[in-house]
Ligand binder design. Structure first.
Ligand SMILES: Cc1cc2nc3c(=O)[nH]c(=O)nc-3n(C[C@H](O)[C@H](O)[C@H](O)COP(=O)(O)O)c2cc1C
Length: 328
């Protein structure tokens, strides 16, 4: 039986639900020798800032058993150079995969200026607004994603400039997704990507120093998968806008968890460093998964874990009910 992996959202059709995540595939060209980009659902570019950024001191990436930490420091050529040198490659080479350009900044105005520079260029479908950067205009530099009011100011600013879909990328260490989702939805977001990396630190016991040149970094890979799936699950309780799940997807089973929790699409980051062909394998696995369940469309499984949650099995006894705790 042939199955339909297409997903309709954000004003377009994704040919399948598997995308490459921001910062892990450059602007496409960098990975085009090892990944069939046009076989993917899509890709998200490296985050683009207003000015070029050289990034943080090496080493920028360190692995540990359950994942990796990185502190790349948003190294990118800056918005003007991306428009001139990188988007034309995407325009000329990518036909079927959908491209989201990731935008980052330390002030709301920086996001606005990046979108202004890129908006009428060709080669991409929408923007992913990376709200995990520290907000320079607020004391303490809290990331926008952890400050609903500041995040909404970013979204309002970019919404006024563009008709393109705007997906807000949120942080995993958000205590309650409700306030930030409501604020961003009110400010014009069209969807949410969950999650970015989780703050992490790897120390080298021999030197006593951080493994990364910048000290601490962002943790990704299998270690954050359950955090990401939980974030999507929680977010699905706060919005009907489409969700994009990311964090620790390496295999088809991982992607399925995100879809069941409510994501319409998944993104893969660290796993494609370890094996650039893993996205293709995830896609294939999902086809088999649907066939085994006699389903013909991937959209049929999105969010279905919530249906089961709403009709729990009755507890066997009052004691069993008491024991049903969420952690401990
Ligand atoms: C080396 C590296 C660079 C990243 N750069 C960005 C970035 O520029 N913008 C962004 O929004 N996320 C960035 N991320 C985060 C990923 O897009 C993704 O949210 C995170 O790695 C979790 O997914 P994974 O476990 O599949 O890697 C980066 C991740 C890594 C590992």
């Amino acid at each position: 039986m042939s199955v339909d992996l297409t997903q309709d959202l954000l004003g377009t059709t994704f040919q399948n639900p598997v995308l490459l995540a921001a910062g892990t595939c450059g602007f496409g060209e960098e990975v085009s020798e090892v990944v069939e980009l046009d076989e993917l659902g899509g890709l998200v570019t490296k985050s683009v800032t207003l000015k070029p950024r050289a990034g943080n001191p090496a080493p920028r990436v360190a692995e540990f058993r359950a994942g990796m930490v990185n502190s790349v420091g948003l190294a990118n050529p800056g918005a003007e150079a991306v428009r001139r040198d990188r988007l034309p490659w995407l325009r000329d080479r990518i036909r079927r995969a959908r491209v989201l350009v990731s935008v980052a900044g330390h002030t709301p105005d920086e996001f606005v200026q990046v979108v202004r520079i890129l908006d009428d260029a060709e080669g991409f479908h929408g923007f992913e607004i990376n709200l995990s950067c520290p907000n320079d205009t607020r004391r303490g530099g809290l990331p926008f994603a952890l400050d609903p009011e500041a995040a909404a100011r970013v979204m309002e600013g970019v919404r006024m400039l563009t008709q393109r879909p705007l997906v807000a990328k949120l942080a995993p260490n958000t205590p309650d997704f409700g306030p930030v989702i409501r604020a961003l939805e009110g400010a014009g977001a069209d969807g949410f990507t969950l999650v970015n990396t989780l703050p992490g630190l790897v120390l080298d016991p021999e030197t006593g120093l951080p493994a990364l040149g910048a000290g601490a970094g962002g943790m990704s890979g299998p270690a954050i998968r359950a955090v990401g799936v939980h974030a999507v699950w929680s977010a699905a309780g706060h919005t009907r806008l489409p969700l994009l799940g990311v964090g620790g997807v390496a295999r088809g089973e991982d992607a399925a968890q995100y879809l069941l929790a409510g994501a319409s699409l998944v993104q893969m980051g660290s796993a494609s460093f370890w094996d650039p062909r893993s996205a293709g394998r995830v896609k294939k696995w999902l086809e088999g998964y649907l066939s085994r369940r006699d389903l013909d469309r991937i959209s049929q499984i999105v969010g279905t874990a919530h249906l089961q949650r709403r009709s729990p099995q009755p507890p066997e006894s009052a004691d069993a009910e008491d024991e049903r705790v969420t952690h401990g």
